[in-house]
Design a protein. Structure first.
Ligand SMILES: CC(C)(COP(=O)(O)OP(=O)(O)OC[C@H]1O[C@@H](n2cnc3c(N)ncnc32)[C@H](O)[C@@H]1OP(=O)(O)O)[C@@H](O)C(=O)NCCC(=O)NCCS
Length: 155
């Protein structure tokens, strides 16, 4: 259940998809890394804004793993989840999937970790609702993000 003080993890999600076109290519003809970063940031922003119920900004991008190249003509989807929250900060994971539309074959090509901070009308950090894990998968994700944050403090 969603209240002003808490929101379920199932709501704290963001997703965007696009078809890889020639203007998005690097010199090898694959999807340019900067395009992937932009999509990752946008998917994370959707998840953060949904959870915060208002504006949120990118505070840091901790890590992006580029495991595989994404060829032209792929359908790229970035799926973001808010996994843990502090007072105003939200720890977000984004997984990138590349689908070959002709066959439906899909590969998880990239993963990223970001921190977003909710802000008020004056751009100051604003408290976010607590994050409620309702399933075993969500509880595991929350616990993993909590220990990642302990090992990688933002300050
Ligand atoms: C992110 C920002 C709002 C933080 O403001 P601030 O006054 O420095 O924040 P504070 O020191 O009070 O910390 C507020 C929260 O942000 C977190 N935070 C601040 N800087 C951070 C960083 N670099 N990485 C991760 N978290 C950070 C703090 O840990 C704290 O979390 P908590 O409230 O959950 O405890 C501010 O630095 C900012 O506006 N940055 C520019 C953002 C931007 O332009 N992004 C790109 C466009 S969206």
């Amino acid at each position: 259940m969603s209240t002003p003080d808490s929101r379920p993890m199932s709501r704290a999600r963001g997703e965007i998809s696009t078809l890889v076109m020639p203007h998005m290519a690097n010199i090898l003809g694959d999807l340019f890394g900067g395009e992937i970063m932009s999509m990752v940031d946008q998917a994370a922003a959707i998840a953060a804004i949904r959870h915060a119920g208002g504006p949120a900004v990118t505070a840091s991008i901790h890590r992006v793993d580029f495991r595989e190249r994404i060829p032209m003509g792929s359908l790229v989807t970035c799926r973001a989840t808010v996994d843990f929250v502090g007072n105003s900060s939200m720890d977000i994971t984004v997984d990138v999937f590349a689908e070959k539309p002709s066959t439906g074959e899909e590969r998880n090509t990239h993963s990223a970790r970001l921190v977003f901070v909710a802000i008020d009308d004056y751009g100051r950090p604003k408290r976010v609702p607590r994050l409620i894990a309702e399933t075993d998968e969500e509880r595991a994700r929350y616990a993993a993000a909590e220990s990642y944050r302990r090992e990688h403090p933002t300050r």
